[in-house]
Design a protein. Structure first.
Length: 80
């Protein structure tokens, strides 16, 4: 295993910023924890993941999560 590259650190920080941004949005929309989890494609029982995202821990690297976050941010942009 090699050292963590600067790019990997930056990508992780970007994913953390996205997580925090989308959680702020979901809270602004006053969605329940269950609805937030459903929209992000995680188990409704996984409150720890939601808490981690709120604190800026990076979202997963799956394409599904990126698309979900992108769609939610796009909806918000178009509603403004």
């Amino acid at each position: 295993m090699g050292a963590v590259t600067e790019r990997e650190v930056t990508e992780s920080q970007d994913r953390g910023a996205l997580a925090k941004m989308v959680m702020t949005l979901l809270e602004h929309w006053k969605l329940s924890t269950e609805d937030q989890a459903a929209l992000l494609g995680i188990a409704t029982s996984n409150r720890a993941a939601l808490s981690n995202y709120r604190s800026g821990k990076p979202i997963g690297t799956s394409r599904d999560q990126y698309e979900r976050v992108g769609h939610l941010l796009g909806i918000h942009k178009n509603l403004r």
